[in-house]
Design a protein. Structure first.
Length: 267
């Protein structure tokens, strides 16, 4: 059963929110799935999530597992935040480059990745797969391999000199680094992984954990086989995001200014 007719109010929200127009009305005005749903449903769950009465359950389809209202998370009214709180949270995020010598519990990292899974992705493909270093030693080894890549290609001599002097300008002494990879032949792997990483960074920020994009490592991982081998990347996968993670050594007391947004209204 797709719709419980005793609960359904025939409001049409499910049909309006389906991204592929897979929901139509039956003769009584109740929602039903088109036959095309067997091939086209992307398991976004919008129909089940938007129903005000919990009347819909997505059946088990070849392209999507069963989804019931009971399996969905519930919005907690007491957890809603004001626009002012959201504005401060987002504008108060900083890229952190100084970290405490303290590891993040694995359970917390898993929580962050669970949140990152809710990032939008093309056709709800959720292609991002993650490699996360468990120890500072493993993280430092990736930084070391990145320096090797730079030396071989004769790039960023200043970063190499700092490394030789004991200063890590690659991963800044972060205890962990998280790398998102995905099949290169996907719909939009770079965008999807970047969005997932952005969600990860904001989820970390909410827990007092700092993050910063690891651009040097990303570049090296694409072109240096020892790093790809170390990461254990599947054939045909690309690295599309990398974030340092750790507890900030310093606390920011102020929010710096930003340039005025360039805006053009179109009528």
């Amino acid at each position: 059963m797709f719709a419980d007719k005793e609960k359904c109010k025939r409001c049409g929200a499910c049909a309006a929110e389906c991204p592929y127009d897979l929901i139509v009305e039956d003769r009584e005005g109740f929602p039903k799935l088109r036959f095309a749903a067997k091939k086209m449903c992307i398991a976004c769950g919008h129909c089940v999530a938007v129903c005000p009465t919990g009347a819909l359950s997505l059946p088990d389809l070849p392209v999507a597992p069963e989804l019931t209202p009971e399996q969905c998370g519930v919005f907690g009214r007491d957890l809603r935040i004001s626009p002012e709180q959201a504005d401060q949270f987002l504008s108060g995020r900083r890229s952190i480059r100084s970290y405490k010598e303290k590891c993040i519990p694995e359970s917390v990292v898993e929580e962050l990745l669970d949140v990152a899974a809710f990032a939008p992705s093309a056709k709800n493909g959720q292609p991002a797969q993650w490699v996360v270093t468990r120890t500072p030693e493993a993280t430092r080894r990736l930084a070391e391999l990145t320096v090797e890549f730079m030396a071989i290609n004769n790039v960023f001599p200043g970063v190499i000199k700092n490394w030789e002097k004991g200063f890590d300008k690659i991963l800044h002494g972060a205890p962990h680094v998280a790398l998102a990879h995905a099949p290169e032949d996907g719909f939009n792997p770079a965008e999807d992984c970047s969005l997932s990483a952005a969600y990860l960074e904001l989820a970390a920020h909410s827990r007092g954990i700092g993050a910063c994009w690891a651009g040097f490592l990303m570049e090296a991982a694409e072109g240096y086989h020892p790093i790809r081998e170390r990461l254990g990347l599947p054939e045909g996968h690309g690295i599309y995001a990398a974030l340092m993670l750790g507890y900030p050594k310093f606390k920011y007391k102020r929010i710096p200014r930003r340039r005025k947004v360039a805006l053009k209204w179109l009528d």
